[in-house]
Design a protein around this ligand. Sequence first.
Ligand code: GLU
Length: 263
Amino acid sequence: MSAYRGRLAPTPTGPLHAGHAATFRLAHDRARAAGGHLVLRIEDIDPQRCRPEFAAACLEDLRWLGLTWDDGPVFQSERRAGFLALWELLRDGGWIYPSPHSRRDLERAPLAPHEDEPLFPPEWRQPPAPAAEWPSPAGTNWRFRVPDGEAITFTDERCGRVERVAGRDFGDFVVWRRDDVPAYELAVVADDVAMGITEIVRGEDLLTSTARQLLLYRALGATPPAFYHAPLVRDAAGRRLAKRDAARSLRALREAGVRPDEI
Ligand code: GLU
């Protein structure tokens, strides 16, 4: 086996659709073409939105598509210790701060609309928190302080040079939630580092997230993997497929007699 280590990382918040199938197929084929190792990681950290029945359905859909993996399924809901360890490192390094402002406050604030979510206003920033006062993250949101004005760049295997400017394209982002759930950005970096992932294949809707995650790699002193951002699948009207479009789920297509190779 080569040194290539990839992952399939579904979030079990709903049924998989053709967009997921396309990204997972690419991730699978790139790992296989490299003679590499592929892990299946179920990103079920959010107990409000994830359901065991969606996770089970994901596994079934991936198998039906003919994808194989060498490790897993590994469930992020069972990996809290690693996420907490990363939160502690970020707290001790002064990279993050407790933030009383919620996503809802942000949505209510009169800010310019934004691609992803409204830009977090720098005047809402707080100082970093001493470990003695915050032995654990529960009870508040924690945000990463971004270096305003710095261009975060990387070379994507498909999209080429990508640039996102901190403080303009994205602001201070949540790494741990008030309800004591690690945020996606933190969990994904913790696991990609812990699992020694060498290339991340994900949808191009996550390009800005990748820029955020590069800041976490830097804070950790870890080397980031390579990135391949896959094209998004759109419907006839040009809209991105979403989990709520149950009619377009892989399951519904299968029940309608569509074969995996036709997907
Ligand atoms: N779990 C994420 C999703 O389903 C993908 C995360 C990633 O590739 O980092 O959108």
